[in-house]
Design a binder for this molecule. Structure first.
Ligand code: GDP
Length: 245
C-alpha cells in the first residue's frame, strides 16, 4: 500500500517535556525525529506533515531542548527530539537534556522507530553514530533521511546513499536509508510510508540487549569535546565501533 503525506496532515501540537516525569502518558504508537542541529529535521517534519510551522513549536524559546509531542489522531504521535551538536551550549545546560534524550530513546515503550535526519553532504557524523549505537540495541527500526539531496547531483547523492546503506547495514540490519529534500519535496511519500508502517505495526517485543545500555553515555558535541571515559575509548557500546566515516 502506498501511503502519502496526507496520512500526517491531522497532526497537532500536544505537549513538551524537559524531564522524564513530564513525558505525556502512553497514547499509543510514536515515531521520533532526531538529528544534528541544522541537518534539516524541522523542515523534514514540516514537509512530511504538509505544515509550514509545525516544527516552529519546537523552535520557540525554552522548547528547543525539550521533547515536543505532536498528536496524530487519538492514538499516535510524532515526536520532535532536541537537535544535537550545538558547539556553544554549556555543559550545565547540555547534560540534563542529553540524559533526557538518552532515557527517552532507550526506555520509551510507545516508541516504534526512529527517523534519523542527516545532511546528505555530512552523513554519519560521530554523533549520528553514537545515536545509532544507543538506539539500535533496542531492536527498533531506524530510517535515515539524507536531507538536502537537492544540493547534490543525482549521481553524487546516489553514491552517498549506497555508501551510507552499506556502512549502516553492516551492523544495524533494522535500518533503512533514503534521499530526501524538503525544498524539492522529494522522498516525502517514501518516508511517510515507512513511518505509517511503523505506526500501524503492533508493539515490538522488548529486546534484552537494551538492558545493557548506559543512558548516561549520550551523544555529546563533536566539535571540541570528546567523551574520554575508558569505556568510551574502548567503544564497547553495541554499534559504537561498527561504523566508519
Ligand atoms: P534543523 O535544525 O535540523 O531543524 O534544520 P532546519 O530544518 O531548520 O534546516 C536548517 C537549514 O537548512 C535551513 O536554512 C533550511 O532552510 C535548510 N534546509 C532544510 N532542508 C532543506 C532541503 O531539503 N534542501 C535545502 N536546500 N535546504 C534545506
Amino acid at each position: 500500500m502506498v501511503v502519502g503525506v496526507s496520512a500526517f496532515q491531522t497532526v497537532r501540537y500536544v505537549a513538551s517535556a524537559a524531564e522524564l516525569h513530564q513525558l505525556p502518558p502512553d497514547r499509543g504508537a510514536e515515531v521520533a525525529f532526531v538529528g544534528r542541529s541544522n541537518a534539516g529535521k524541522s523542515s523534514a517534519l514540516n514537509a512530511i506533515c504538509e505544515r509550514r510551522k509545525l516544527a516552529f513549536v519546537s523552535r520557540t524559546p525554552g522548547r528547543t531542548q525539550m521533547i515536543n509531542f505532536f498528536a496524530l489522531g487519538d492514538h499516535e504521535s510524532l515526536v520532535d527530539l532536541p537537535g544535537y551538536g550545538y558547539a556553544r551550549v554549556p555543559d550545565a545546560v547540555r547534560a540534563p537534556w542529553e540524559k533526557l534524550l538518552g532515557s527517552y530513546l532507550q526506555t520509551r515503550g510507545p516508541l516504534r522507530g526512529l527517523a534519523l535526519v542527516m545532511d546528505v553532504r555530512h552523513p554519519l557524523t560521530e554523533l549520528d553514530q553514537r545515536m545509532l549505537g544507543w538506539f539500535c540495541p533496542t531492536g527498533k527500526p531506524v530510517h535515515v533521511l539524507l536531507t538536502k539531496a537537492d544540493k547534490l547531483s543525482r549521481e553524487a547523492a546516489g553514491k552517498i546513499l549506497r555508501r551510507v546503506e552499506e556502512e549502516i547495514g553492516a551492523f544495524a540490519p533494522n535500518t533503512s536509508v533514503q534521499l530526501f529534500s524538503s525544498l524539492r519535496k522529494f522522498g516525502l511519500d517514501q518516508a511517510a510510508a515507512v513511518f505509517r508502517g511503523w505506526l500501524d505495526a503492533g508493539a515490538p517485543e522488548p529486546v534484552e540487549a537494551a538492558a545493557g545500555l548506559e543512558p548516561d553515555e549520550n551523544p555529546r558535541q563533536d566539535r571540541g569535546s570528546r567523551n574520554k571515559s575508558p569505556r568510551a575509548k574502548r567503544g564497547n557500546r553495541p554499534g559504537a565501533k561498527c561504523l566508519k566515516v
